[in-house]
Design a protein. Structure first.
Length: 310
């Protein structure tokens, strides 16, 4: 287990309902069909945009995101892209349904259905991992072949990542770079892959099923990639993910070398990202990336049988 002081579920600095301009609030209430009487900020994740469960006077609820097109353009653009991709998902994908989008007073507004759910426990528990893993398998089945949403391929998306190892200080940088350089033969596929499958994007419902949120960064690649990415958090929290892989309908048939290549590739991303300055709008982002870096580094070394030395 890799201990952490990251405040899971409280990592974002978000705007509250009162911080939205009056025109934007009125637009939200008009689209929801009833005045908002309660707003509960959802403070997981690492972006500063508004993200709250809104309860209306008529008892209805919805999850609403908002970002200023001027002051938060990067996040407004991300929400716009998320809405475009959500709208294109086929029936049966375990994701909250898109209700509507709007742009009012230079604010991008996005609403999805409210889901009675919770995030996975941290540290991860075996039952939560089982539910999330079943969700990932449903995604892989439902999203193969990938719907035509104009997405980049995994091969193109990750093309620059092996070279990150040229500037990462690591006793085995050369060996890991050599592994990562073989990524194209490993990640190619025709499945829509979410790529951001982690605890703060997962909703676990009372019936034991799970949904996945924040469809900002999907690509087209191998069907098993999300199932492996899901295991970073559980591995860091002490669960036996190798036993999970051995019993997994998708991962059990993936060559061990392919798993190592993909771990080497994403290790470079987290190592390089963790070294960047801490953004003022997301004080816990680099710590979370550094934690994932350390988890993957130890995992890959264990799988390769490497000692501490180069």
């Amino acid at each position: 287990m890799f201990p952490t002081v990251i405040p899971h579920g409280r990592t974002a600095r978000r705007l509250g309902w009162a911080h939205l301009p009056p025109l934007a609030r009125r637009a939200v209430e008009r689209r929801l069909g009833s005045p908002v009487v309660d707003a509960v900020s959802q403070d997981g994740g690492f972006t500063p945009g508004f993200a709250s469960v809104l309860t209306c006077a008529d008892g209805s609820r919805a999850f609403v995101k908002a970002a200023s097109v001027k002051a938060q353009r990067v996040f407004a653009d991300a929400y716009r892209e998320e809405a475009r991709k959500l709208a294109a998902l086929p029936p049966g994908v375990p994701a909250p349904a898109l209700l509507w989008t709007d742009e009012v007073a230079d604010w991008l507004l996005l609403a999805t259905e409210y889901v009675d759910a919770r995030a996975p426990h941290r540290p991860w528990r075996a039952d939560d991992l089982a539910a999330a893993s079943t969700m990932a398998l449903t995604m892989a089945d439902t999203l193969t072949p990938a719907p035509g949403v104009g997405l980049d391929s995994a091969v193109a998306e990750f093309a620059s990542w092996p070279a990150l190892w040229d500037r990462i200080a690591h006793p085995r940088a050369g060996q890991i770079r050599a592994l990562a350089a073989r990524y194209a033969e490993v990640v190619a596929g025709d499945t829509l892959v979410h790529t951001d499958i982690r605890d703060d994007n997962i909703l676990l419902r009372p019936d034991g099923t799970a949904l996945l949120c924040d469809w900002n960064w999907p690509i087209v690649g191998a069907a098993w990639l999300d199932s492996l990415l899901l295991l970073i958090g559980p591995r860091g929290d002490g669960l036996d993910v190798e036993a999970h892989i051995a019993a997994h309908p998708l991962l059990a048939s993936v060559p061990a070398e392919h798993v190592d290549v993909f771990l080497a590739l994403i290790l470079g991303y987290f190592a390089a990202s963790a070294d960047q300055p801490v953004p003022p709008t997301s004080p816990h982002l680099r710590a979370a990336q550094a934690w994932q870096r350390d988890v993957i580094d130890h995992w890959l070394a264990e799988r390769r049988g490497w000692s501490d030395g180069p």
